[in-house]
Write a new protein. Sequence first.
Lengths: 139, 194
Amino acid sequence: MIELPPLINTEEVGRAVWDSKKAKKAASGVIVPKIFREKDGTRELSVDRVSHGGLLELAGLHDGERSDQSFHGWASLSVERASAMNRKVEADPIRPQNPYHAFIILPDAENEEFVEAQTQHALNLAMASRWLPRPSGSG
Amino acid sequence: MLRDSTAALSEAVKCRQWQSEPTVRLQEETVIPPPFPSERSGIFGLTRLQSAFPDRQAHAPRKQSTAEEDASAKRLNAILTELSELTEGARAEGRASPNDSAIAGTRALAKLCVSFRLPEPTIDLNDDGSVEFFIRTRSRGILFILRQDDLLQVFGDFESEPWRARYQISGKTWKLHLPTYLASLESESSPPPT
């Protein structure tokens, strides 16, 4: 079982992308905010710690998660940028399947304000991200 | 600075009286126009607003050559075709689709967009039938959401500084403010990092 070190600001976390249209856009340099927009009211965004290797393994894991979509890669950004606007990033290893799992956690707010803030956070995260395609030869 | 801010306040108050929109919020900070103009926070807020809307006249789309007009027409056609396909697809699958107001607003937004030298926007539909219209340059991005309830939400992120605004789609103010938003993107309209 892999044990990752504590999170540091310079490492990167990536949000998995399955939607082929969004992946194509991302590969052309435009990460759309919707990649980082969870359902209304959800504070946690699942991400992978992508600076510690294991990308092949992660790609294989994500391939099996959605029956109707293929995994294409990650919208990736530094922990420092992911932590802007009072967000937090916390490691959340899922043993034994995904020791790389982490959460970006949005700051709390009142209901209506929070739903709008979710979109604002999604935009900020998307603007800070770059495209990290799945490793070649992994599917 | 105070004189400039007072002038901006006057402008903002006129705008407020003319129509109940817009409400411009700068991240957890300011609702414009401020209720008490003499307060420092209000002046600070207006200074920020003024920097966001420095000169409406200066941000009209520039005139285009015939070749540029042809290219703009093609770009507009591509955007409108995509909107149409998304809408028809949603209707065919029984999903929520944008209403006439949101479609008209998106068309107006697209027309204005192509009049500036900007990268291709990304259009998508949300589960509630609202239209998402996203356009970005290297370090600046604006997300427009045109909802079925006549609300236009504008989310901006300029050099990592977030801001947002709300308008009525059926109102006139967003069409006055939009050229300023888009001109601010045009000023650094190089391809985004890959």
